[in-house]
Write a protein that binds this ligand. Sequence first.
Ligand code: SF4
Length: 424
Amino acid sequence: MNEYDSNRISDLMSSIDFTKVSEIESADCFIFNTCHIREKATQKVYSDIGKIKKILRGKNKKPIFVLAGCVAQAESSIVFEKSDFVDIVVGPQAYHTLPNLIKNYLEGQKKTFNTDLNVSEKFDSLEYYKNLSSKVSSFITIQEGCDKFCKFCVVPYTRGPEFSRHPDQIINEIKTLVNNGAREITLLGQNVSGYLHEKINLASLIKKISPIQDLKRIRFTTSHPNDFDEDLINIFRDEEKLMPQLHLPVQSGSNKILNLMNRKHTREFYLELIYKFKKVRKNMEFSSDFIVGYPGETEEDFKDTLDLVETVKFSNSFSFIYSQRPGTPAVDYQQIPKEIAKTRLEILQNKLFNLQMKFNESKINTKTKVLLENITKKGNQLFGRNEYMQAVFIEGTKSFPGTEAEVFINSCTKNNLFGTMINN
Ligand code: SF4
């Protein structure tokens, strides 16, 4: 989502005649768009600000410095106490005000912040600024915030309550992106499966988006298992443009831990859901998120997670050791020793990596449909992704960005497939 937000911030900045530059020394304005999900996000931001300060030491003119995103939201005006270098602080639901904040700053040189959670106003304002992204595979935010309050997660506090954009706004923006060259659209939301605008849910939104001419692929992320009703399961059967790959975070395979996390679903419910998807679309594959070493996790709980992984056979996944987020309920729970968590993470990741490798190997000597994106930096290969988001490198130097090619896969590594184009 930060990639989408950064693109939109760039669109806003061009409206007040700022353009992107590639050298630090030549910038009149810096905007750090920050994420609060990772551990030590806040410390990292201040350390990165320090690095910029050091590079610019000795220059006559100080650039405007904007801190945006979820760290800005969490820290708000405290930022000014911690760093005299920052001039403007703007939260993820208020960045549409940035052109005005910058103009005011230029007039009065007064430090200012806006961390309002007015997401509806943000998207209404953004309608006046064309999305200039021209990537073959583009993102669009359709939903923000979360009401689920998992006990480890900071999102409900930094992005606010659930909000779903108006479908017309979304469709117009997708049409602009497709006109600019996008062929694959990923619908984004912290809890995208909970999308609901009046009576339009995610399944009906996908049905509305699908007929857009020249749009070839649709994906969405990130979802919560509890939001999948029959409509949202069957849409994978009914809409060919919706890719057969779903990122469906489970976090743990133990019912006890799921309960402690306030996930509000069980492992049985999750497995049943996977079965339902496979029933409507046999070739579906899944990726997931895992938290290891959550407070209260025993060896038995961890084994339940390994068992679930083995049952679903995820095609790829993200896994992390639980880390405390200030302001969330789990921060005060009795933590389990770091060494134990580290060992468990290693075991889990080995398992996940082996499954990923097996999945990649299963593609060798088969054909796969690749949406071509670009020529690699070295200039001797084409790059694209297949239906399962696997990165595919293809022999050849002539790129046709935005076209789908049949590719014969010759070899693979854990992260990539390598092949030869079949059709021209
Ligand atoms: S559903 Fe996702 S975004 Fe919402 S609180 Fe849980 S982990 Fe965070």
